[in-house]
Design a binder for this molecule. Structure first.
Ligand SMILES: Nc1ncnc2c1ncn2[C@@H]1O[C@H](COP(=O)(O)OP(=O)(O)OP(=O)(O)O)[C@@H](O)[C@H]1O
Ligand SMILES: [Mg+2]
Length: 427
């Protein structure tokens, strides 16, 4: 098995990436072992020596996979040798067994799978008699495996499906291969339970897709803010999984969560502004760590953000002089300074007058339509929900009793939802 080599794109050794409870190389090696009866890793012994398999280094350094094949054929006592790159986690021992059996009957010097995407020389079977051919290929600076197999007597093996040889080259591909750690939804709650003195969230599931706005509605104390706290990773569920920015954040450490919180920011009910700083300075504060901006850029960004939220005239005003609604507009501008992908609003229109409420709703719509921000908005304001949200989650007695398009809410037969809607019509 070819284990070695840094992947410059991944910035780390692919072989040692976590995979199914072990490392990528160990996981693939188990399949090879089952198919072939023994496994030798080709790579740096100091790096791979403790994985439970014999390790031999390249004899001629810097020749890539062909150097690995050279090391393998130099060390082997077997006629037929299955050579597999460690970054192909979808290969199975059944497939490898078939390959080996076909090679033994091929009468050729190598058996190389052929898929609709081309040849796969990094999951192929090579006869030991190829060693001199490998040496001369290296001497003549023929360095790719594809070039090499075109010079030898190789039999092609039609493979049914190219995806089994899919290799991992980027962290994204790696994540794709790990469905348990990622979600196809931007945010997803799967069977989430949380109890404080009493159960607050009971088997709550819903999801938010990128670019979408989801409203969370329900009576006071039902767990709406607690739900947002879970999205930010401030709170951990007792049971269930939570995915944010496509990643499973349930067991993330604070350091890992900081990476998520750069993408997802929260606008608190109170605004949470610094009273000792002016509006402009409050926003500037969020830009402090931006090394890509000089002082002039930062001032431009502050002005741009204040314009965006219609607060340009208030740059030099202190938060204590602002109304609740204006504080929220500033808090939204400050959240945007981090260039988030997603914004969480906790009761953005509570305790502001109807004109300010209308203004904030207009602002949220602009961010949704112009910046394509994903959003979650906690509210009891059904007007806000209807104007801004695509989808709604209704929480009641710990459960999500409704999750679906806003337009379908009226059709729900649930008595609590009907009561909620009726109260709104009265108001
Ligand atoms: N950190 C905590 N420790 C203990 N109990 C908590 C904690 N946070 C929230 N709770 C409880 O969880 C329940 C839900 O609280 P939450 O703040 O999510 O309600 P809410 O739906 O946001 O209500 P409101 O509409 O009044 O803001 C409440 O009973 C609250 O007392
Ligand atoms: Mg709340």
């Amino acid at each position: 098995m070819l284990a070695g080599g840094q992947s410059s794109r991944m910035g780390q050794d692919k072989a040692l990436l976590p995979w199914k409870g072990a490392t990528l190389v160990q996981s693939v090696a188990q399949e090879v072992l089952q198919a072939a009866g023994s496994v030798t890793l080709i790579g740096t012994p100091e790096v791979y020596g403790n994985l439970g398999f014999p390790v031999i280094p390249d004899l001629i350094a810097g020749c890539g996979p062909l150097g690995g094949l050279h090391a393998a054929l130099s060390a082997t006592s077997a006629e037929w040798n299955l050579v597999v790159a460690c970054d192909m986690p979808s290969v199975t021992h059944e497939l490898l067994e078939e390959l080996l059996a076909a090679a033994e009957q091929s009468g050729a010097d190598a058996l190389v799978p052929e898929t609709p995407d081309g040849l796969e020389p990094l999951c192929a079977v090579y006869h030991a008699r190829l060693l001199p051919a490998v040496e001369s290929a290296i001497q003549s600076k023929l360095l790719t495996m594809h070039d090499f197999v075109s010079t030898i007597r190789a039999r092609l093996w039609p493979a049914p499906d190219a995806s089994v040889f899919r290799n991992m080259n980027t962290p994204e591909q790696l994540l794709e291969g790990r469905p348990k750690d990622t979600s196809s939804h931007y945010i997803e709650f799967v069977d989430v339970y949380k109890t404080f003195d009493k159960p607050v969230l009971v088997d709550v599931s819903f999801h938010v897709d990128a670019g979408e706005t989801v409203a969370i509605i329900g009576r006071s104390g039902v767990g709406k803010s607690v739900t947002l706290g879970h999205i930010m990773g401030f709170l951990k569920p007792d049971q269930g999984r939570i995915y944010v920015a496509y990643s499973d954040i349930t067991d993330m450490t604070e350091t890992e969560l900081r990476r998520i919180r750069k993408k997802v920011t929260m606008v608190f009910q109170s605004g949470a502004l610094f009273d000792s700083l002016t509006v402009g300075e409050n926003i500037l504060f969020s830009l402090e760590t931006r090394e890509d901006y000089n002082e002039q850029n930062k001032e431009d960004v502050v002005r741009g953000l204040l314009n965006l939220v219609d607060m340009a005239d208030y740059e030099n005003v202190y938060p204590t002089e602002l109304s609740t609604g204006h504080k929220r507009a500033v808090a939204i501008a400050r959240a945007l300074a981090a260039q988030p992908e997603c914004i969480l609003y906790d009761e953005p229109t509570t305790m502001v007058d109807p004109i300010m409420s209308d203004h904030l709703i207009g602002l949220m719509l602009r961010l949704k339509n112009q910046l394509r921000l994903t959003a979650v908005v906690v509210t009891h304001d059904l007007d806000l929900m209807r104007r801004v949200a695509d989808t709604v989650v209704v929480l009641y007695e710990g459960k999500a009793i409704f999750f679906g398009p806003v337009a379908d809410l009226e059709k729900s037969p649930h008595p609590h939802i009907q009561e909620f809607l009726a109260m709104d019509r009265v108001a």
